[in-house]
Design a protein around this ligand. Structure first.
Ligand code: GRG
Length: 292
């Protein structure tokens, strides 16, 4: 059931992403080509799936909120393009293909990321969502904006840079919570908010998101250590090569697995606050042992 529903959400998302960023015959078409290359080039589409699932659990039909689900995927994709740049992680491969700057050059990759970020906000503001109350749409866009910025994903990237300089192990968990966790909080929280869910459900979704965000990143760290580069679509061993301070380098693989198990248990408890929680539970368990 998990993989069928993930696939259904991914299909909905991909069809809409193609529509929301069409190839257009204009003088500046190179930027659209670069944006589409990264946006439509694979990816698990986890954040849109989470947003649509929480919206469904709170009483809505997933396709009602495609502009928001696609906006979040655009923000996620922009962060990956920028994260791969020579001035950041300097990676050659992403989702099994050359990174944006390898394909289009560094300047165009910076612009492609910026363009996707702007298009995301344009979608949330301009694309009609007739079954969503405007107040809920504003609040969801506000949450997504905050979780993408200095108190969310970008803040996490800054902590990651601070970590490289200061090597303060106390920064590792806050860095993960922001850099990786914040977009999961945005996905789950926006799904609930767009449906007008009550505070109890919104809090449960935030706690679930926090737990799976940690599980996701710890699993990512383990995969970098011992995963299969072909399945992952990117090189492994980067953290060790760059002497990065990560949860795994700090605590070891065995303790990391124990922490993953603990956070998965927390995620399952949070999921149980929703009536039809099978997908959320299966997703949390899969994230704890994924191989890509
Ligand atoms: C603004 C210059 C500038 C940079 C932004 C914020 C940022 C740089 C980077 C953060 C991006 C990042 C690598 C976050 C870590 C989370 C992570 C492991 C993302 C990969 O997510 P998946 O596995 O990717 O869901 P797919 O390819 O499946 O979509």
């Amino acid at each position: 059931m998990l993989h069928e529903r993930l696939e259904a959400y991914a299909c909905l998302t991909e069809e809409a992403l193609g529509r929301y960023l069409p190839e257009t015959d204009c003088a500046q078409k190179r930027i659209l080509k670069a944006g589409r290359y990264s946006l439509l080039g694979g990816g698990k589409r986890l954040r849109p799936a989470l947003m649509m699932e929480f919206y469904r659990l709170c009483g809505g039909s997933p396709e009602d909120i495609l502009p928001f689900a696609c906006a979040l995927e655009m923000i996620h994709t922009y962060s990956l393009i920028h994260d791969d740049l020579p001035c950041m992680d300097d990676d050659d491969l992403r989702r099994g293909r050359p990174t944006s700057h390898k394909m289009f050059g560094e300047a165009m990759a910076v612009l492609a990321g910026d363009m996707l970020l702007n298009r995301a906000f344009e979608l949330m503001l301009n694309e009609p969502c007739p079954n969503v109350e405007p107040g809920n749409a504003f609040a969801a866009a506000g949450l997504i904006a905050r979780m993408s910025g200095a108190f969310g994903m970008i803040g996490g990237q800054v902590l990651d840079m601070e970590l490289e300089e200061k090597r303060e192990s106390a920064l590792v968990e806050p860095m993960i919570e922001l850099k990786t966790g914040a977009l999961f909080v945005a996905a789950c929280g926006a799904g609930c908010q767009l449906a007008g869910a009550n505070e109890t459900l919104k809090n449960a979704s935030a706690a679930y998101a926090r737990a799976i965000g940690l599980v996701f990143q710890l699993r990512d760290d383990l995969l970098d250590l011992e995963g299969d580069a072909e399945k992952l679509g990117k090189a492994t061993g980067a953290d060790a090569r760059q002497h990065k301070l990560t949860y795994v380098s700090q605590n070891g693989a065995a303790h990391t697995r124990e922490r993953i198990a603990l956070e998965t248990k927390i995620a399952l408890q949070c999921a149980e606050q929703f009536e039809d929680h099978a997908f959320l539970c299966e997703l949390a368990k899969w994230l704890a042992q994924r191989d890509h």
